[in-house]
Design a protein around this ligand. Structure first.
Ligand code: DGJ
Length: 726
């Protein structure tokens, strides 16, 4: 519901209120938090009217007590009296860089706004979703900013995007155009970010917000292993279960900037958007520029509720296509089983054994094309390597299908190897700057996806691979960060656009392939989880979470990922021991119990397992098929998080509330083990629940007394299924 009265907009979801208003032509943020039924008037919510020395007064307000430097601005600009970090700045024809937006009008309409060319959360018919468009104008530069707000009432989320228009007669350069900025009238925040590196992605870090600026960013051309375009602001004493938490996420797969600036007057500015570093977008008269979408959610019950809000919205209204709602196949991937050393016979052997225990899809990873036998050469030459596959990909796919399995293929379509026919034919198709030697990453170059002939080429590769219907799954990999980012086309003016135009080119190809081949399941990947973001999730319903498949490590990685993204989005594979990344040996049961919550797969040669482990795998797959609906469409309660504890406990409750699954993982055995009690959450207090042994426990008991953890041994895990019986 969106209302406008006495110059105040109220954007209300079922549980939250977002209140902005107009004061002397400035658009101010007054409140974001728990739902308010009565909207306060402007006078009572304006920040205290001190005359602040050195804060210049606002040009619109002839009153020394008010300065834009002190007000809670909704879309701050650079160059005038707000001297904090701006959301927007531009350089104009005369070289000046001042923009000063005044309120100029609004529209409210049902449904969700569109962002051409960019992925976004969407509404379906019957959803209670409405849009507020607020128009801001700068009289001098003739720049218009249209602020779009999507209000998802039943999902308790607000989406934002900004459209910048050039209504003047001269071109100008956008230097910075963030998607969201909010000024909170408080300073008692901690900030959580999801940080890491290859093989240890998205580990949560929590730090107090101090005076000054704290931000995370990517300048790698991709979202990166290192920082994710997500952060949360929490009341200092908030935890997993209690307290106020705000979550911010950018639906974008390229360079981002996200952070906070706390000033000296206890105002905290939160912001997120495209990284202004190496971004300069020339806007000709009549043109417009759309920022990616930012999503914000508020929880009054801790981090857990914030995560559940993101999860439901992303599962149901960000992911798209046929596989959004149906169970996806259990797969086996040959990467850790063979690396580059495979042939048709080896792959068929892996597939046959896997089929016998219930695996449904055989995925052939890197090394099937050109003459590729290692990490150099052939990327771009997407023709079968006949030394390994004498009957081609098609021949192998048909043999796999004859076994009663589906067939999937790995590809890294954005790349070109220096040693490839593609590079020899089109040496200027890679990102590069004339006169500079391009830096290699994993011996490869990045194709210039800002060029139509390049994106057309990639589309034609997919047409060749997918049109005969033999391939029903694609793992889309991307294995390097971008350097020397320049394009051979467009001249000097185009160079400031390349990072973002690349992402637009990527989305154009993803849109094409997913719409043209709706029956193919796509999984995103980037050297493990370097592009685990909402942009990819809009097109591909699952993403390879990390190259680290060790069960213990994965508990942390999946925990951190689940702070913002649902388990249904996480590719999770059981691999061999000792683990290839950390050389740790964990039991097969633990490896399965960790992977079963995500999109289950296997990444080992099952022929090498003993009888007992094989039986365990068979059971895991049977259980997974029976329970995946609860893991993927239910609600997650993180009863005990692994950081700071010696166990991790996750509870999943099915959509109909009739099935409850409790997953317990002991991280380390303790001699003469102490007990820990973990209380379940979200159950029906008056109902009774039966476990697999037939034991009946009441909701009241489970939520108040709980279950007992014993730290008897390393890497002990348990999956308990409770069914509501009364
Ligand atoms: C990186 C991926 O994360 C791995 O799973 C594997 O596909 C390799 N690339 C192949 O080169």
């Amino acid at each position: 519901m969106i209302s406008f009265e006495n110059n105040v907009f109220h954007l209300a979801t079922d549980d939250t209120s977002y209140i902005i208003g107009i004061f002397s032509d400035r658009l101010l943020n007054f409140y974001y938090g728990k739902r308010m039924n009565k909207v306060p008037d402007i006078e009572s919510v304006l920040p205290v009217d001190h005359s602040r020395t050195f804060s210049c007064n606002d040009i619109n307000i002839d009153d020394r007590r008010y300065s834009t430097d002190n007000l809670t601005m909704e879309y701050p600009t650079f160059g005038s009296a707000d001297l904090r970090s701006p959301a927007f700045s531009a350089t104009y024809k005369d070289g000046s860089a001042v923009t000063s937006f005044k309120y100029s009008g609004y529209e409210i309409f049902d449904g969700k706004y569109d962002i051409p060319g960019l992925p976004a959360v969407y509404a379906e018919s019957g959803d209670r979703v409405s849009t507020l468009k607020i128009i801001l104008k700068d009289d001098v530069s003739k720049v218009t900013a249209e602020l779009y707000y999507g209000v998802f009432e039943d999902y308790n989320a607000i989406t934002r995007s900004v459209r910048i228009k050039n209504d003047g007669k001269d071109a100008f350069d956008i230097d910075k155009a963030l998607s969201l900025s909010i000024d909170f009238r408080r300073a008692d925040f901690d900030m959580i970010t999801l940080n890491g590196a290859w093989a240890r992605e998205r580990l949560p870090e929590r730090l107090p917000v101090r005076i000054g600026t704290q931000h995370i960013e990517s300048m790698r051309g991709i979202t990166s292993h290192h920082e994710n375009p997500f952060f949360a602001l929490l009341q200092r004493n908030a935890d997993e279960f209690c307290g106020e938490v705000y979550g911010f996420n950018l639906i974008y797969s390229g360079n981002f900037l996200a952070g906070v600036q706390r000033d000296s007057y206890n105002i905290t500015r939160a912001y997120i958007g495209i990284n202004p570093q190496s971004f300069k977008w020339r806007l000709e008269p009549g043109e417009c520029f759309n920022t990616p979408e930012a999503v914000t959610v508020y929880s009054d019950c801790g981090i857990g509720k914030m995560s559940r809000t993101f999860h439901k919205l992303y599962r149901q209204r960000l992911c798209s296509g046929k596989y959004r709602d149906i169970r996806r196949p259990v797969l086996i991937n040959n990467w850790e089983a063979t690396y580059f050393d495979f042939n048709e016979e080896k792959i068929l052997n892996i597939a046959k054994t896997a089929k016998n225990v219930g695996v449904e899809l055989m995925v052939l990873d890197d090394g099937w094309f050109g003459t590729r036998n290692g990490e150099s050469g052939s990327l771009g030459d997407w023709v079968p390597f006949t030394d390994k596959l004498p009957n081609g990909v098609k021949g192998l796919a048909q043999k796999i299908k004859a076994l009663g399995m589906n067939f999937g293929l790995w590809i890294e379509p954005e790349m070109v190897s220096p040693d490839s026919d593609l590079n020899r034919a089109h040496p200027d198709w890679c990102l590069h700057i004339d006169g500079r030697k391009p830096t290699l990453g994993r011996n490869q170059l990045v194709l210039d996806l800002t060029r139509k002939e390049v994106t057309d080429y990639i589309k034609s590769v997919f047409d060749r691979l997918l049109s005969d219907g033999d391939i029903s799954y694609i793992k889309w990999d991307m294995n390097r960060s971008m350097t020397e980012v320049g394009s051979a086309i467009g001249g000097a003016i185009a160079q400031g656009k390349v990072y973002h135009a690349y992402v637009l080119g990527l989305y154009d190809v993803m849109e094409y392939v997913t719409k043209t081949y709706p029956d193919v399941l796509f999984e995103g990947c980037s050297g493990g989880g370097a592009r685990f973001d909402g942009g990819i999730l809009h097109y591909f319903p699952q993403i390879w979470t990390s190259d680290d498949t060790d069960a213990l490590e994965r508990i942390y990685i999946q925990y951190g990922t689940s702070i913002c993204y649902p388990y249904s989005a996480m590719g999770a594979h059981v691999s061999a021991v000792p683990n290839h990344q950390v050389y740790r040996t964990t039991p097969m049961k633990m490896r399965g119990d960790v992977s079963i919550c995500g999109q289950l797969g296997y990444e080992l040669d099952l022929n090498k397992l003993n009888v007992e482990d094989m039986e365990c795998v068979r059971r895991q797959i049977t259980d997974y098929k029976a329970l995946s609906d609860v893991f993927h469409n239910g609600e997650l309660y993180r009863l005990m998080v692994p950081i700071g504890n010696n166990a991790a406990v996750n509870e999943f409750i099915s959509d109909d509330k009739n099935t409850v699954i409790v997953c317990t993982y002991i991280l380390k055995g303790v001699p003469n083990s102490p007990y820990d009690f973990v209380k379940l959450q979200g159950l029906d207090n008056d109902a009774e629940y039966m476990d697999e042994s037939g034991k009946i426990l009441s909701g009241e008991y489970l939520m108040n007394f709980g279950i007992t953890l014993k730290y008897n041994a390393d890497y002990k895990s348990d999956i308990t299924v409770l069914k509501k019986v009364k």
